[in-house]
Design a protein around this ligand. Sequence first.
Ligand code: SF4
Ligand code: SF4
Length: 143
Amino acid sequence: MRLCYRLRAMSKKIAVESPSPCIKCTKSWCCTYFTQQIDTPRSREDFDVLLWQISHENTEAYKDDDGWFLLMTNPCNHLLPNGDCGIYEVRPKICRDHSSDNCEKDGLAGEQDFKLYFKDYTALRKYCKKKFKKWDRWEKKKK
Ligand code: SF4
Ligand code: SF4
């Protein structure tokens, strides 16, 4: 399954003419997770891979208007306790490009936007059993 980075991520500050909401945002939600787009899973084998991926700690999966994504809810190692970026001067471009317009602080990147959402292995496997006939049998016999 091919993986590619999704340009929905982080960045902070940069106050221009009007004060940036990032200045008051001590939680820095945008620095506490990242997403990775995946090819649309179609076959049993595709979902078997996705079950393996979602089995890892703090890994969820969802589908929205843009496709399928893995959601890793791990904070960035450079995020300081006060919400500042510890490597602000050399932070990655993806962080610099992130806008506070409609950002996570406004609750627009949440579960309510997902067409499908799988919190964990159990939720995804339940979906697989519903989607594929004889999933249980296939699951036990796969080589
Ligand atoms: S969550 Fe929004 S307001 Fe907070 S730091 Fe990130 S972009 Fe700025
Ligand atoms: S590098 Fe800085 S701005 Fe980018 S995610 Fe980490 S803490 Fe946030």
